[in-house]
Design a protein. Structure first.
Length: 147
């Protein structure tokens, strides 16, 4: 190989490395979009959708599935909610988004499960209100433990 061919091969390798880094960057951004916080918010939205569907169809199986997905969403967002007290700004941050998302999902769950006939859960709104209180208590507890 002479110097020109060697230089051409090196240029091709550099271009291939750059393309590889661009593709890896895209994949990493895609993975970050569905990690942790965003997955919990997606579960909260899915639970609201399942409970809405259960209310429209009066289907108990979909209602129980919606409540189970709601529990998964709340569990996955609990540890991120504890970061609320560490943030400098109150309103424009991820923990505040999680707080409003989880409270919104809880309120929708209370509303939709209250409209499903013969659900078999006594005082379902009371249980949902109790679980919303658990959010604040567990967030405060995690904050105290992180000090």
């Amino acid at each position: 190989m002479d110097a020109k061919e060697l230089k051409k091969v090196r240029q091709e390798l550099v271009e291939l490395r750059r393309e590889h880094q661009r593709v890896e960057g895209r994949i990493a951004r895609l993975e970050q979009q569905f990690a942790g916080v965003f997955m919990g918010i997606a579960w909260l939205a899915e639970s609201a959708g399942l409970l809405y569907l259960a209310r429209r169809l009066q289907n108990h199986g979909a209602a129980y599935a919606g409540l189970a997905v709601l529990a998964l969403g709340l569990i996955s967002t609990y540890r991120h909610l504890a970061m609320l007290w560490r943030c400098d700004t109150f309103f424009f941050n991820v923990p505040t988004l999680i707080l409003f998302s989880s409270l919104g999902a809880l309120l929708l769950a209370v509303k939709f499960s209250g409209e499903i006939k013969n659900l078999g859960m006594k005082n379902c709104p009371s249980a949902m209100t109790l679980s919303s209180i658990v959010i604040f208590v567990s967030g405060s507890w995690m904050r105290i433990m992180s000090l």
